[in-house]
Ligand binder design. Structure first.
Ligand code: M6R
Length: 604
């Protein structure tokens, strides 16, 4: 997720786009850049946050500008990789939000045709493709270039060869046009332009727009689109949050997209396999691994625990999970067939990094599953996979967890296919991964029901979460999320452990949330629910759609769609994230910044 702002009109463009860019920083903040046209282009790129820039740009004049704040996905955080990207002659400039799936293939072809690349990004191929097709009319060149691109984009393009306009295009990455008097803006979301104009047009997928001082036109497949101008009645803060009250809810609502972004361009459906570019260089080493340590903290640790089940079930690899703060002081038994994988949203968690450095010291192959490109973990591990979840602003980790699970599922297929996993099994998993985003959307569609349940249970001060097998770590995640944001005491336990102690605390004052999809441990979970009911405990069951019998035992039921057992955590975590959010909301907590907690724990 990155932020784009552009302006064309009769005013000085740069102050307008930079003011907007600062408001888009929540979408990405590892580097930024802009290009202003005034005869010659003025191109500027920098690492860091635009809000921390102290350069004076008063001398940069021009009525056409595009700008970008980056959240790296392809290519490390460097000045060269910051946007805008340009063609060989530095006449065409592109800012882009999204992923060009086939960029490697396109880049090789363009290099073969003599194009010279300056960055490692996927975006730069767009600039060179436009250059290839440019013969005086920018929109025509953009149209031709986009025909060759597979993937997602929200983009804005300017050129010294056709200088009075900005050409913008959208495919699965949001983009809006701001409509003023003799001036137009383009932005990733309204917060960037709301102080300038409240009149906006939402671009739809496949649409290309040409913005000039004198007016705009929007096309889709050569036909002009008639679009409605809408008036925004949100304030800036709401606009940043996509209209939601909190970043946490916005990020939960993004969970289906998180799965899509994680799997985009990585699944090989016909072979029942996945391709993970970041593991390419260690592919042969990984064939010899039979023991995988999975290390993370907090929510990332629970993702590791789900990964352990996945790897054992499908990749014939012994997994061993631990938390960073414990693992770093242990004396693990490792050998040359051991690898260690570190899971972290930020890639900066001190305990996880210390554990990783300890393993490096021992000569163990280290891998990373990280969201933040160029983070310490990403740089220091031998190889790894980015989750591509986009910036997570709320302290409570939600969409990053889902991205980690999707990545671990792909890793399982990758390692499994290196070993005994059949093509049929591989196909079943990857095709279900394709279905998952829509199944996740179905759950979010029922969020009002979960809100009502939170309202009903708001008076309780203790909750128990239970699950078995794949959903045992999800029970831990549900409990962590609830205590973290609502300050309500919650504990997670394996269903089978209830009778070994926790049952002593179960009574009418301590409700249990039981994760019991119709899977291999369903009957056992029902037995656990009965144990709770026998102690007068209330039960909220998370069950598979179509399971009517559960209504006879549980007090309330939240349904999730049917999926493969190994993928259920990607769905069952969603209602638990929502439940924690709504409990916190109804209790009036500081949801995005809970007390005593930090987003990234960089101390021991
Ligand atoms: O950045 P990381 O994924 O390494 O962070 C690990 C934990 O600090 C983090 O998941 C924490 O538990 C969350 N606040 C939970 O919502």
């Amino acid at each position: 997720m990155c932020g784009i702002v552009g302006y064309v009109g009769s005013k000085d463009a740069l102050p307008i786009v930079l003011a907007g860019l600062k408001r888009l920083e929540y979408r990405g903040y590892d580097s930024y850049g802009f290009c202003v046209l005034n005869g010659k282009p003025f191109l500027f790129k920098q690492i860091g946050k635009i809000s921390e820039n102290s350069d004076n740009f008063d001398h940069v004049k021009g009525n056409v500008a595009i700008s970008h704040t980056r959240w790296a996905t392809t290519g490390e955080v460097t000045k060269e990789n910051a946007h805008p990207h340009s063609d060989c002659k530095e006449e065409i400039f592109v800012v882009h939000n999204g992923i060009v799936e086939n960029y490697k293939e396109l880049k090789n072809n363009l290099i073969g045709e003599g194009h010279v690349f300056k960055s490692e990004t996927d975006t730069e191929v767009i600039a060179h493709l436009i250059e290839k097709y440019f013969s005086g009319n920018l929109e025509e060149a953009v149209k031709k270039a986009l025909k060759e691109i597979r993937g997602t984009y929200g983009l804005a393009v300017i050129s010294t060869g056709d200088p009075e306009k900005i050409v913008v295009a959208r495919m699965s990455s949001p983009l809006i046009i701001g409509v003023g008097v003799d001036e137009f803006l383009v932005a990733s979301d309204p917060s960037a332009i709301i102080t300038h104009t409240r009149q906006i047009i939402n671009l739809d997928d496949g649409e290309i727009a040409v913005l000039k001082k004198a007016g705009f036109s929007i096309f889709k497949e050569e036909k002009e689109s008639q679009k409605q101008i809408e008036t925004i009645d949100w304030d800036i803060e709401q606009a940043e949050k996509g209209g939601y009250d909190h970043f946490m809810l916005k990020e939960i609502m993004e969970e289906p997209n998180t799965i899509e972004d994680a799997i985009r361009g990585r699944l090989i459906l016909e072979d029942g396999n996945v391709k993970l570019g970041g593991l390419f260089q260690v592919e042969e080493k990984l064939r010899g691994i039979n023991n995988l340590l999975l290390i993370g903290c907090g929510t990332a640790h629970y993702a590791c625990a789900v990964g352990e089940y996945m790897l054992e079930d499908y990749a014939s690899i012994a997994g061993e999970t631990d938390i960073g703060s414990e693992f770093r002081y242990r004396k693990p038994i490792v050998n040359k067939n051991t690898a260690a994988i570190f899971v972290s949203q930020s890639g900066e968690t001190a305990d996880t990094l210390a554990a990783m450095r300890e393993m490096k010291e021992k000569g163990i192959l280290t891998l990373g599953i990280t969201n933040v490109v160029g983070s310490s973990q990403a740089r220091e591990t031998d190889a790894g996979v980015y989750t591509r979840s986009g910036p997570e602003i709320a302290v409570a980790s939600t969409k990053a967890f889902i991205g980690q699970l999707a990545t671990l599922a792909m890793l399982t297929v990758y390692l499994g296919r290196q070993r005994e996993m059949s093509v049929v099994t591989g196909k079943r998993i990857v095709s279900e991964l394709v279905n998952l985003p829509n199944l996740a959307r179905e759950i979010l569609g029922h969020r009002e029901e979960i809100k009502n349940i939170a309202e009903k249970y708001k008076k309780y001060r203790d909750f128990w979460f239970i699950g078995r097998k794949y959903n045992y770590p999800v029970a831990l995640e549900g409990a962590l999320k609830l205590k973290e944001v609502s300050y309500v005491h919650a504990e997670g336990t394996a269903g089978g452990e209830l009778k070994h102690g926790p049952l002593a605390l179960i009574d009418e004052n301590c409700p249990t949330i039981a994760i019991c999809p119709s899977d291999s441990v369903y009957e056992k979970m029902i037995a656990n629910i009965e144990e709770v009911k026998a102690r007068k405990g209330k039960v909220i069951a998370l069950a598979t759609e179509g399971n009517e019998e559960i209504k006879n035992i549980a007090d309330d039921v939240i349904y999730i769609p049917k999926t493969l057992e190994m993928l259920t955590p990607l769905l069952s975590a969603i209602p638990l994230h929502l439940f924690a959010y709504y409990m916190a909301a109804v209790l009036g907590r500081n949801i995005d910044k809970p007390k005593n907690l930090a987003k990234s724990v960089t101390v021991e």
